[in-house]
Design a protein around this ligand. Structure first.
Ligand SMILES: *Cc1c(COP(=O)(O)O)cnc(C)c1O
Length: 484
């Protein structure tokens, strides 16, 4: 490692940066002094969550050198990727090429996923998914009564009134907070998100409960089913085996939109389907090609710089009903082999965030990304193994032995997240703080079963299993012995 072997800036560095922040100068400092100020006063106050391989907070990902290089070019050339303008710039075609590479990487047929776009992140992608799902599910109820309605045209209130829709429900298990936020943003409300998980393993759908809800609400409730494809606290997948087929059948039967939040689960599709070591993980993303829409994040496991998310849907016509940037004739283009991004996503003006995706996929290829993910999973499992064998720590969540998903027992359930706690309650309350105070690694805190818990998320491309495991073992051992 370089001499920058810290993960977070020290408190002194932060205080210093804070004290150096300027207010608007009457006369500008000009370029050279401004550069000096940024370098001397701001940069030392930044963390190295992306640059350090030992930042295990959240699921941040790093940035590969090729992606970083491309990102600098993006800034230099400052394209606005809003409208498909094939005679003016290649930018929209690069975005489409990048998206087609992603589809190939994730084994999703490009002819099916025609509504595809890069977003600012998985939160934005979830908003797109909920907006499409809302349009679809309300239209379906109308259709079944012989009525044509459109939320995009008439608005939620009028469309619902016309179609006799009383409410909208998003049925899911252990959703990411951003899905709940998306529900609020698109006017469904946070209260519309309803968990229908099993009592013993709440990540998994209780199919009986799910079907009961769908049946009870039929004709008056518009439903979206949202699948948590790798949940942020545990890395667990909501579905396995034939679950996606079952969800697809139910959604078809009830006119329901099927959305998959695979912010960091999507990356598991790079694994070879017949690799026994990772079969439980492969199983977790089985059948996601049956969804109506999928959320992915490129700034997480794909390791491109912030910000970049992925949204995929199979309903291109529906997309324009929702996102059409209507009444701006000067922005229309004729030959629409590639739809203009402003008509199928949230933004009008957009950053050329496709270039880093294109560059990193070109630089690493399928095998490069398989190798990165193997190292991330292998390190996570080694950490989990160490924790489960160290008497002062406990691996979470506790899975009841009676639970009927054998693949969730043992280390094979571990993807890239390791949730754990210290057995001693007083140490556990300070665990995250003590680990992070070493400044050698960083983990995030969370709550699990009403108790504080700590969490490793292994998401950086630079992971080196042996080197990083040594460091982590030392830190965890020191934190335990320091507490005695
Ligand atoms: C991180 C995450 C999100 C939100 O992603 P952002 O890129 O931060 O907007 C959504 N869903 C899941 C499952 C996530 O892990």
């Amino acid at each position: 490692m370089s001499n920058n072997d810290y993960v977070l800036p020290s408190r002194q560095a932060l205080d210093r940066s804070r004290s150096k922040l300027l207010s608007l100068p009457q006369q500008g400092l000009r370029l050279d002094r401004t550069k000096q100020h940024l370098q001397d006063d701001i940069v030392p106050g930044l963390n190295r969550s992306s640059q350090s391989p030992n930042f295990y907070g959240f699921v941040t990902g790093g940035a590969t050198p090729s992606a970083t290089h491309a990102d600098n070019l993006v800034t230099l050339h400052d394209q606005n990727v809003a409208v498909h303008l094939p005679t003016d710039t290649i930018a929209t075609e690069v975005e489409d090429a990048a998206l087609r590479m992603l589809l190939d990487l994730f084994r999703l047929p490009e002819a099916t996923w025609k509504h595809r776009i890069l977003t600012t992140g998985a939160t934005a992608s979830n908003i797109l998914g909920m907006a499409c799902g809302r349009e679809y599910a309300i239209q379906q109820i109308g259709k079944r009564k012989g009525l044509e309605v459109s939320v995009g045209e008439e608005g939620l209130l009028e469309a619902c009134a016309k179609a006799g829709v009383e409410n909208v429900r998003i049925l899911t298990t252990v959703p990411h907070s951003s899905l709940v936020k998306a529900a609020s943003v698109v006017g469904l409300g946070r209260g519309s998100v309803v968990e229908v998980g099993m009592s013993q393993g709440r990540h998994h759908f209780d199919f009986q409960l799910l079907e009961e809800k769908l049946r009870e609400g039929a004709g008056k409730t518009a439903f979206i089913v949202a699948v948590s494809c790798a949940e942020v606290n545990t890395g667990f997948f909501a579905t396995s085996g034939g679950d996606m087929e079952k969800l697809r059948d139910l959604c078809d039967q009830y006119g329901t939109w099927l959305h998959v939040d695979a912010a960091f689960g999507l990356q598991a599709r790079v694994l070879s389907p017949d690799e026994p070591t990772y079969s439980a993980i492969v199983d977790g993303t089985r059948g996601i090609e049956l969804a109506d829409s999928i959320t992915g994040d490129a700034h997480k496991l794909l390791n491109v710089p912030y910000d970049c998310g992925i949204f995929l849907s199979r309903h291109l016509a529906l997309a324009t009903q929702v996102f059409q940037n209507a009444g701006a004739a000067y922005l229309n283009t004729s030959a629409a082999d590639i739809p203009s991004p402003l008509n199928i996503g949230i933004e009008n003006s957009r950053r050329f965030r496709a270039l880093p995706v294109y560059a990193t996929l070109t630089a690493h290829g399928r095998e490069g990304y398989q190798d990165i993910l193997h190292r991330q999973i292998d390190l996570s499992r080694a950490i989990a193994n160490f924790i489960s064998q160290t008497s002062g720590y406990e691996l979470l969540p506790r899975i009841p032995p009676s639970f009927d998903k054998p693949k969730e027992q043992g280390l094979s359930r571990i993807y890239i997240v390791v949730l754990f706690r210290a057995i001693d309650d007083s140490l556990n309350r300070e665990l995250v703080q003590r680990i992070n105070a070493t400044r050698k690694i960083f983990v995030s805190g969370t709550q699990w079963d009403g108790q504080p818990a700590a969490r490793f998320a292994v998401s950086n491309w630079q992971v080196d299993v042996e080197r990083d495991l040594e460091l982590i073992k030392t830190v965890l051992t020191d934190v335990l012995s320091g507490s005695k």
